[in-house]
Write a protein that binds this ligand. Structure first.
Ligand code: GDP
Length: 344
């Protein structure tokens, strides 16, 4: 299939074409990368947007079960739902979504849904970069909601905040020790906290955890982009479906409020700028590693720094001096944008 045909089929909402397109953007081969960039440009040209929801939480909190129930609720309302994973641990485990596929069986078979496990064997940062592009492809394919799932350990939760409009933190009622592990980083990026498993014998613990988290959040927040009374903490049960409609209402309320206040577009603009800068950083680093001379110099200077023969800042300055000459950068500054402006 040619690039144009693939793009056309993605824009027509073809899920198999979408899967192929995502594989293309995940590829590190240079020719694939070029096709991927064309594809992403075509996708952006479609001008479609979805509500991007980041879902994070510790393993066992019930994320897969939640996505199945929540996703089915949305497809039941005729919404098209895409689910993507950012899972730095997937290189070891083979991917949480694949492993938990049995918990998403209904959604996996649902014609209005698209589920994509995280690529295995990739670096966490790379996964996040390509997941952002996968989100854009899902939007171009006409999905209304894109759920990006991440395990809330390490840095993936901030990575998901960088590509989501609304971040949802899913917690198990256990609280206490479990919460210590996740607390600050995630709590700071979460727009909505859901205490899952509010059912059966776990209901009282879930309600108690909800009150604890609400109190903790009141001390930490609000941020300017939080609507009044937010962030909320709600009790839900992915197993029974209790509270899921309220969670969806809360997510939409946050998104609507932010749209009205201008925060929504501002956040996306900032995310796009950050993605551009991250891409440049990663590209420079890749160039360093790929150039044998630069890599050798990096090793030599690194050894000198480790031996105490050079201060780190001096070694870095020497390293950077061998890279792009400033004149080249200045020329690049009068680049395609100026030409575009000149020709109208
Ligand atoms: P994940 O690791 O966050 O994706 O969590 P899973 O969805 O795999 O769920 C972990 C365990 O919690 C499984 O045994 C689920 O059956 C259970 N679980 C998930 N949601 C609920 C819920 O709402 N209520 C109860 N009682 N158990 C749940």
């Amino acid at each position: 299939m040619g690039g144009d045909e693939l793009a056309g089929r993605v824009l027509a909402g073809d899920r198999r074409a979408l899967a192929r397109a995502i594989t293309l953007v995940e590829s590190s081969r240079e020719d694939h990368r070029r096709s991927a960039l064309d594809l992403l440009e075509r996708a952006a040209g479609a001008g479609r947007t979805a509500l991007r929801i980041g879902l994070t939480g510790t393993p066992g909190a019930g994320k897969s079960t939640f996505i199945e129930a929540f996703g089915r609720m949305l497809t039941g309302q005729s919404l098209r739902v895409a689910v993507l994973a950012v899972d730095p641990s997937s290189a070891r485990t083979g991917g949480s979504i694949l492993g938990d596929k049995t918990r998403m069986e209904g959604l996996a078979r649902d014609p209005r849904a698209f589920i994509r496990p995280s690529p295995s064997g990739a670096l966490a940062g790379g996964v996040a970069r390509r997941t952002r592009e996968a989100v854009a492809l899902c939007e171009a394919a006409g999905f209304d909601v894109v759920l990006v799932e991440t395990v809330g350990v390490g840095q993936s939760e901030t990575a998901v905040a960088d590509m989501a409009d609304v971040v949802v933190l899913l917690l198990a009622p256990a609280g206490g020790d479990e919460l210590q592990g996740v607390k600050r980083g995630i709590m700071e990026v979460a727009d909505l906290v859901l205490v899952n498993k509010a059912d059966g014998a776990l209901l009282p613990a879930a309600l108690a955890a909800r009150a604890d988290h609400a109190a903790a959040l009141r001390l930490m927040r609000p941020r300017p982009a939080d609507p009044p009374g937010h962030p909320e903490v709600l009790a839900v049960s992915a197993a029974t479906g209790a509270g899921l409609a309220a969670a969806w209402d809360a997510i939409r309320a946050i998104a609507d409020w932010r749209r009205a206040q201008g925060h929504f577009a501002a956040r996306r603009a900032e995310q796009a700028r950050a993605a551009f800068e991250a891409e440049v950083r990663a590209g420079l680093l890749a160039r360093l590693v790929a150039d044998p001379g630069a890599a050798a110099l990096m090793t030599r200077l690194g050894a000198a720094v480790a031996a105490g023969a050079l201060p780190p800042a001096r070694a870095a300055a020497e390293m950077l001096a061998t890279l792009a000459a400033p004149g080249g950068t200045a020329a690049a500054e009068r680049g395609p944008l100026d030409d575009a402006a000149a020709t109208g």
